[in-house]
Write a protein that binds this ligand. Sequence first.
Ligand code: ADP
Ligand code: TPW
Ligand code: MG
Length: 569
Amino acid sequence: MTEPTQNLTDGFHLLIDAFKMNGLNTIYGVPGIPITDFGRLAQANGMRVISFRHEQHAGNAAAIAGYLTQKPGLCLTVSAPGFLNGLTALANATTNCFPMILISGSSEREIVDLQQGDYEEMDQLAIAKPLCKAAFRVLHAEDIGVAVARAIRAAVSGRPGGVYLDLPAKLFGQTMDADAGQQSLIKVVDPAPRQLPAPDTVSRALDVLKGAKKPLIILGKGAAYAQCDDAIKTFVEKSGVPYLPMSMAKGLLPDNHPQSASAARSLVLKESDVVVLVGARLNWLLSHGKGKSWGDTAGRQFIQMDIEPREMDSNVEITAPLVGDIGSCVELMLDGMGDNWSKPPQAWLDQVGDKVSANGAKMAQRLGSDTSPMDFHTALGALRDIVDQRPDAMLVNEGANTLDLARSTINVYKPRKRLDVGTWGIMGIGMGAAIAAAIETGEPVLAIEGDSAFGFSGMEVETICRYNLPVCIVVFNNNGIYRGTDVNPTGDGDVAPTVFVKDCRYDKMMEAFGGQGYYATSRDELSKAVNEAMDSGKPSLVNAVIDENAGTESGRIGNLNPQSVVSRK
Ligand code: ADP
Ligand code: TPW
Ligand code: MG
């Protein structure tokens, strides 16, 4: 006779209880051996389990969930290949400082370690380790509580990032006494404690800022992640300093804010004498803080607010390193500024303001265009007007020209509304980000996708339809990567490597799964389709036909693209 099971629990249930106890209620993943039943049981126990068609997109969704909520997003995969598919997203999350936990089932330890050829055999822990913040393996059910607690802390404390949890198949079925199991779980207290910057650095930063003739504030996605939106807005406004938002920091202050220097980016980078970095790294996206884009660097001083001490001096000297969480850094700066803080010299504000007005007028004219076929500005002009009317919508954006031009033309009015290719400039985040945005915020989602970019995660259209998510995808269909006009110079055989099937119909993909497809060849058709789609709240895809000649190679980052100068083919 088998023992009664009422007083027993097992690995499956302990894991679910540990997540729920810590407020982690959604899992993004793909089922299979050995985690199929885990997904089922999680759903049966009230967790939301979102099944994808490919782990990379589930992982990207988990990372975006982490970014939006400050709780680690959970991604669940099978062993070896499923794990590897999820690993790209884990590495990307870590690179972007987004908290997530990749949980993968794995094969039997003894067989893996002796390399005896188990089903999907792979030493996953060793492979994950260098690509994330922390990696843990759990061999005993009674350790699940500790493992989940450590995974949460590692993901969200300090600089957020990805954590890997390796769960061998045997763990799930291990049983233990239910009471002892319950007691082994840990509800993590204060997982991301505030971290105050040293008082003397705050004074130093204030002195440097006070002495500035041409100050500039740069807001990064770390500032958006920190969810201290009011303090940041007050800091920028009280300082009177022109600010530049990095792409995912757009909307921390509305893009039409009078202090926004976005339209004068080149000028403010070149001419600023004091730069305050708020949750933004001086990586390639800011030309490493030196070189041509920054003009004459002599005498320029940087103040940097970042939770990661080792970020300081990574590219240039940081005069005032404020190591702490953005909320604490900004609040202490505000305290120190007092009530009589004087604004920057008027000459600087006028210089920036004049440039912003001149460039803004040029851009407004371009966005008013109505070319046939549509070029990028015609299509983006239509979408910009739509987003102006729908400031709560979540915006997802990837591609090359489709990314760079949408970033500089579409205004964002609220924090954490814009999700894009991030630090790596990676293609394929689109559908994962759109799904997480819809699930985590409940707001409608507009995904503006290059046709190539969309292809990386396009099959997740089925996922969007299956969960009936309010996602409107607009595919900028210019027949290829950057443009659709490349030809094979040999004159026969394969088409050029950057072009796709011409005039294809991505809208039919959406229809295939029961969503609404639209086909738009003009500004009017595009406006009408996107408005209708967003009003309906139904899964929809608009195939926007874009002039295949319109794009430029690599969009705005052609300078990073090596090209042969040798005359042989
Ligand atoms: P962007 O790409 O927008 O310029 P980055 O990803 O380069 O932004 O930089 C984000 C920075 O923010 C990282 O250096 C990270 O350590 C930091 N960061 C993330 N969260 C916080 C936080 N809560 N407080 C302080 N710094 C943070
Ligand atoms: C994971 C390289 C950068 S941009 C891009 C590729 C393939 C697609 C650009 O074409 P798209 O946009 O989307 O049609 P548009 O408007 O200019 O025509 N693999 C990964 N990441 C990157 N960044 C690439 C390849 C790339
Ligand atoms: Mg394209």
